[in-house]
Design a protein around this ligand. Sequence first.
Ligand code: PAF
Length: 283
Amino acid sequence: MRIIKSVSEMQSYADSLRMAGNTIGFVPTMGALHEGHLSLIRKSIEKTDKTILSIFVNPTQFSPSEDFGKYPRDFERDEKLAEDLNVDVIFYPSKEAIYHDGHSTYTIVEGLSAQLEGESRPSHFKGVSTVVNKLFNIVKPHIAFFGQKDAQQALIIKKMTADLNLDIDIFVCPTIREDDGLAMSSRNIYLSPDSRKQAPLIHQALKEAESLHLNGEKNPEMLIRKITDTLNSAPIARIDYLSIVNSETLLPVESTNEGALVVVAVFFEKTRLIDNILLTTSK
Ligand code: PAF
């Protein structure tokens, strides 16, 4: 497994892989790898010839009040996990390699970036779409892999790719959960023991809404009330947003037809967790 830190070296290596006829799969991450990331890597290895993993804690997607400085970083551990899975390359650039002095160009996906997460974290998606666009230009993948847990992020990246005519397929993989239903996230390590105990209630609340929906409840307000009641039974939980939206536009729906997405962000003390569930008409 190669570890590449320089942008130009990564670009030349990607060119040589392409020239040799390989398809490139790309898994962009901020490190602190967990089973969710590993499932993306496995999918990339299954579907492409060469898998490139990037590890870059992207400063532009954190607001000054967020956790950029204390975001978990453990390159040695990540390297070992990637090696064990047969990743071909880890692209591990410095902040200066990605954002040179005087960098002033950004990629903004209007509309989709302003809703939900975008309301709570106004500049977040500007940073995400910018860095992913840059990484796409550096890694030159055929397919890039994202997790459904960050449903809004995946949608924004798909829209960016389509709007900018990027010749890259975006593959979205299912959310990976702990045994008690908590969605895997690098931020779960911030949870205090009490918060960790209560956090699985998010998934429980979403599953309850799913089963009400399957039993014929199509009124989003009723489902939102039920989810709110369940979440309020966790003394530490504080709902940041909870909405039932169209899974393509992310706009609130009036009735939970096929494809409505329940999206939620909940604070457990200072840790903010997000999750979602897609409502289907049959299971
Ligand atoms: O999902 C993440 O870890 C990040 O938002 C991403 C896509 C790696 C961009 O920094």
